[in-house]
Design a protein around this ligand. Structure first.
Ligand SMILES: [Zn+2]
Length: 450
């Protein structure tokens, strides 16, 4: 180990130690400082175990948590960034927290969620074994630039990568990356068979309608959601791949899905979620997991971090989902529509730094599909923007209530009982979950006092 690397690790460990002594969570800060001092700081670590990374616009946190659960439930020691600290600095902090004074990281596997734009920089310094790529949608444009720029970044990395690549065959933005390195024989596609809610016409504004290989307009047999579906280029044939894993017989009413001839009970009725599970199934199959573990996980495991999270609040059932972009929001609206009866929606929109200050993406959400929504409560720093957006979709403005303060919003939202759904964007999701828990605790206290 070079002197520079030794000093890097010692200094990093010291920072973590001091932060812990001060009673602080080491979080992102030590990594941030190390990167300032040494752009090659990741090279100072010695990681001997395989690294599995999950990336893509939507679903990274969920898929990472599922894989982590599967690996752990078979007794493996896993190091993971469950809470989604997924930039180079976050990964550095994670390794600092888990290494010895020589920079050695001891685990059976590292299962990491990685921001799309950080894949090349992190894995030019750490050896990656498997990359799982879920999807590419328009997201947080302020930070990432155009989605095409992002795809090209990952493509460049894959051009020389020889490890396993697990790709969504049904997203042309992702599927194209299977061709990045013709020498790599370790390309594994996953696909989902047409489900009952698939449409002939695109349901929402999407990316990737043109062939990334020759520029011809792609022909779709059907769309599952956004630009994800069965497509083919009539000119060059792009899109015809043989999937390694296909999710068959998707039944959102049960809900269940079939992998490899076996029916799996699953815990959410969303096609978007089925895609996540297909990625999990494909990655887990590469590591030869017992199917029993997968059955158990798919039926019972919950991420519970604002990702299709279920709450019971004073006689109401509430489903909370994070949405950082139109596709994520549309997905929750679709889950909501699967529920046939009356329901209410809470939409919490913030415009903090991590959200991107530009909230214009809300204009790409398809609110015209509202069915049986009897009331909408809006909250967050941009509560009025989202209220106006929903009003402009033709929804009755008398049924929209604006409560910028989250605690006020909870009081308003739960003054009726029934089926409820909440959508919150990136920096709004944790405060929303906290406000729900505060409100619930208040109910209990009220009941015990009364
Ligand atoms: Zn083509």
């Amino acid at each position: 180990m070079s002197l520079k690397n030794t000093l890097t690790i010692w200094f990093g460990k010291l920072m973590v130690k001091v932060l812990h002594l001060l009673g602080k969570d080491a979080g992102n800060a030590p990594g941030l400082v190390l990167w300032e001092l040494n752009k090659d700081c990741l090279k100072a670590f010695r990681v001997d175990c395989p690294i599995i990374a999950v990336t893509g616009t939507n679903g990274k946190t969920s898929v990472t948590n599922y894989l982590n659960h599967i690996f752990e439930s078979t007794g493996r020691k896993i190091i993971t960034n469950k809470q989604g600290n997924n930039l180079d600095t976050g990964i550095t902090s994670l390794l600092l927290n888990n290494c010895d004074m020589k920079g050695r990281v001891k685990a059976d596997y590292l299962v990491l969620e990685i921001d799309e734009s950080h894949v090349p920089v992190i894995f030019s310094k750490l050896k990656l074994e498997t990359l799982v790529l879920l999807n590419f949608f328009r997201d947080q444009l302020d930070r990432n630039g155009e989605v095409e720029t992002l795809i090209l970044k990952v493509k460049k990395f894959l051009e020389t990568f020889e490890g396993n690549v697990v790709l969504n065959a049904d997203d042309p933005n992702v599927s194209r990356l299977g061709l990045a390195n013709p020498e790599n024989k370790n390309i594994y596609y996953f696909s989902v068979e047409k489900y009952a809610g698939a449409t002939e016409k695109p349901y929402e504004v999407g990316e990737g309608k043109f062939c990334p290989m020759c520029g011809e307009e792609l022909r779709y047999d059907y769309y599952q959601y956004s630009h994800v579906g069965r497509f083919c280029c009539p000119k060059c044939g792009f899109g015809r791949v043989k999937p390694y894993v296909t999710a068959e017989n998707v039944r959102l009413d049960v809900p269940s899905v079939t992998f490899g001839g076996e029916e799996y009970k699953i815990s959410h009725n969303s096609i978007y979620y089925v895609y996540n599970l297909s990625a999990v199934y494909a990655a887990a199959s590469l590591y030869k997991f017992d199917k029993k573990v997968l059955h158990e996980t798919f039926e019972k495991f919950e991420v519970n971090n604002g990702r299709l999270e279920k709450f019971k609040v004073g006689g109401s059932d509430l489903l909370v989902n994070l949405a950082k972009n139109p596709v994520g929001a549309n997905m929750t609206l679709r889950v909501m529509n699967e529920h046939k009866g009356e329901k209410e929606l809470l939409f919490v929109l913030n415009d903090n730094l991590a959200d991107g200050h530009d909230v214009s993406w809300i204009w790409d959400i398809n609110f015209s599909v509202f069915s049986g929504v009897t009331r909408v409560v809006t909250s967050g720093t941009r509560a009025y923007d989202i209220a106006i957006r929903i009003k402009c979709s033709g929804y009755d403005p008398d049924r929209i209530v604006v409560r910028p303060d989250l605690d006020d919003a909870m009081k308003e939202f739960f003054n009726t009982r029934g089926s409820k759904y909440a959508i919150a964007n990136y920096t709004a999701i944790q405060p929303t979950r906290a406000a729900i828990k505060r409100y619930k605790a208040g109910l209990k206290e009220g009941a015990s006092n009364g």
